[in-house]
Design a protein around this ligand. Sequence first.
Ligand SMILES: [Fe+2]
Ligand SMILES: [Fe+2]
Length: 157
Amino acid sequence: MRNLSELLLLHNDLDELFFAHQTALLHFEFDRALAILEDYERELWTHIRDEEDILMPVYKERASQPRGAGFQLFLDDHHRMSEFVKLLKPEIEKLAADPAPEKQLIWLLDRESFFKKLCGHHDKRETDIFYPEMDRITTDEEKLALLDRVKWTPAAG
Ligand SMILES: [Fe+2]
Ligand SMILES: [Fe+2]
């Protein structure tokens, strides 16, 4: 039997991509860091679209939505995360043009540390509540039908 929670593996894929992006930053490979961040942004966006367009309507209609896990909170998290990535991109372009980028790089890593905290909170909300709840409120047939519509699934899924 398949579970919707298997989509949580995508969060690890996203974390790996972000790690690769930060590794490139540490090596002063700013063009590469930007290219990886753009991949990250694209995959994040695909995952968010899958959650909002395919899974969220079911959650909104049927889930118990305990305090701290109302559907609007998930949408707000997604909005904040996507907006944050958008703000990071021009900062990396500036680094590429800076002959002494150390100070700006440290500032950027601090901003990215904040972004990672945002993602960590969101991951916890989805791991603890959203996906277990989605698995609880859907039948096996519905799970398969929903997974079939999702655009981005884990390689092993
Ligand atoms: Fe997610
Ligand atoms: Fe999400």
